[in-house]
Design a protein around this ligand. Structure first.
Ligand code: GDP
Ligand code: IMO
Ligand code: MG
Length: 422
């Protein structure tokens, strides 16, 4: 059984919590794209684990974590997560597997990410500053350095020195301090020792798992609205977020996918720049942001807030073949008198689909809303659909009907046990 969890919005839908929950029955939980720009929160026994690279299911005793080839790896971030788990007594050897095909984030990628952002000035994109774009650019222009290179230290030193010397020339044009080759090599030598015991051929590992009919859970990062091809570029992240990334990023054939779970937050958030058609401002945004703790897991930035945008989510479900929906953070909407849901986009009085919009259209269009009555009661302790306030049930039924996809799970709080199966 192979299932995939993807975010159907602009990221931060609550994927980490769901991946942790579903990993109870998983043999392998796999990150297959993106990098440490992801921030997935898991809360177990009151303790908060913010994962950026290690799969969010790692805390489940039977689940093995895999960082497959499609992930770009910042060793420093990865090792700090390994240390966080080791402090809890977890032994990572034999529990965490990292592909030697993963490309590395090198300090010059982070420097370049920030340099480009600063150069853009008021038009900056609002990246996470984790070096994602420049590292992926190096990957496709044959200038990347992989974990594979780390296996042969002399080879790594050659490639690292060559690339750093070139990047230092580019950094100079931005008036940025050059990277000190020797100091960085010393650092990588130490990081290498820690990570090598986890490095393996994750392709073969997962092919064997498929052959042995193991349960594999693919942990999507970001959200479909940030996909490099299907978002209003350049307000994107650097990787493909859509379902094809399971194949390119982990080698799992798409014909093996049994279930595609679309995680959808009951409202919308976005961190960074770019159009957000249903954005709300002022007191209402503040209430939802504070109640939902909408501050970036990776950067701590305040997230922008909007009403649920079903035109966008419909596109995500269609594009990725979502078979089942998970609605998260429905508890955050309790107490609102009225709740709006975007059901259509109009531009110059004409209906327009999300897929035919670039950033210009998305910035100018008028969202058409359906207004639904809210509910007062706190629902965080509710564990049965029929115990939810009627208006909350109706809100969920409306989403299900509009999208034509069943809502199988409703998350009512950040902790592992706060959910309703419907
Ligand atoms: P991810 O990137 O999709 O994994 O989401 P993040 O972890 O970045 O952000 C989701 C935030 O909402 C985290 O702080 C979670 O602990 C929290 N969260 C997840 N599910 C729920 C929920 O159903 N209700 C509430 N109130 N918080 C939730
Ligand atoms: P998770 O997995 C929210 C956004 C950034 C920025 C744009 C490009 O936690 O849902 P990048 O650093 O990727 O070059 O930044 O993409 N972004 C995310 N926003 N959640 C994420 O991941 C994101 N990953 C990237 O904020 O707007
Ligand atoms: Mg996140």
């Amino acid at each position: 059984m192979v299932s995939v969890i993807i975010g159907t919005q602009w990221g931060d839908e609550g994927k980490g919590k769901i991946v942790d929950l579903f990993s109870k029955d998983a043999d392998f939980v796999v990150r297959f794209h993106g990098g440490s720009n992801a921030g997935h929160t898991v809360i177990v026994n009151g303790k908060k684990y913010p994962f950026h690279l290690i799969p969010s299911g790692i805390l489940q005793p039977n689940a093995k974590g895999v960082i497959a080839n499609g992930v770009i790896v910042d060793l420093e971030v990865l090792i700090s997560e390994i240390k966080m788990l080791e402090e809890d007594g977890m032994e990572l050897k034999g529990k965490l597997f990292v592909s030697d095909r993963c490309h590395l984030i090198i300090p010059y990628h982070k420097a370049l990410d920030l340099a480009y952002e600063n150069a853009r000035g008021k038009d900056k994109l609002g990246t996470t500053g984790r070096g994602i774009g420049p590292a992926l650019a190096d990957k496709v222009s044959y200038n990347g350095i992989r974990i594979y290179e780390l296996l042969d230290w002399e080879n790594f030193v050659d490639k690292f020195t060559f690339q750093t010397n070139i990047k230092n020339k580019i950094l100079k044009t931005f008036n940025i301090e050059p990277i000190n080759v020797k100091r960085e090599l010393d650092r990588f030598l130490k990081l290498r020792k820690i990570i090598l015991p986890c490095v393996t051929d994750t392709y073969q590992l997962l092919q064997n798992a498929l052959k042995d009919k193991k349960n594999i859970l693919m942990e999507g990062a970001h959200g479909v609205m940030l996909d490099i091809d299907f978002s209003p570029y350049p307000f994107s992240t650097g990787s493909n977020v859509i379902i094809g990334a399971v194949n390119t990023g982990a080698g799992i054939p798409l014909k093996n996918l049994d279930q595609v779970w679309g995680v959808t937050k009951a409202y919308t958030s976005r961190v960074g720049g770019g159009p957000l058609p249903t954005e709300v401002h002022g007191a209402l945004a503040d209430i939802i942001r504070e109640k939902g703790g909408e501050y970036g897991t990776t950067t701590g930035r305040a997230r922008r807030i909007g009403w649920l945008d079903l035109e966008a989510v419909k596109f995500a479900c269609q594009l990725c073949g979502v078979t089942d929906l998970i609605i998260t953070k429905i508890d955050v909407l309790s107490g609102l008198e009225k709740i709006k849901v975007c059901i259509e986009y109009k531009l110059n009085s004409k209906s327009i689909s999300y897929s035919s919009c670039g950033y210009n259209e998305l910035s100018k269009l008028t969202p058409i809303y359906k207004e639904l009555p809210g509910w007062k009661d706190d629902i965080s302790k509710v564990r049965k659909f029929s115990d939810l306030p009627k208006n909350c049930q109706n809100y969920l039924k409306f989403i299900e009907k509009f999208l034509g996809t069943p809502v199988k799970l409703i998350s009512t709080g950040p902790a592992r046990d706060e959910y309703i199966k419907s």
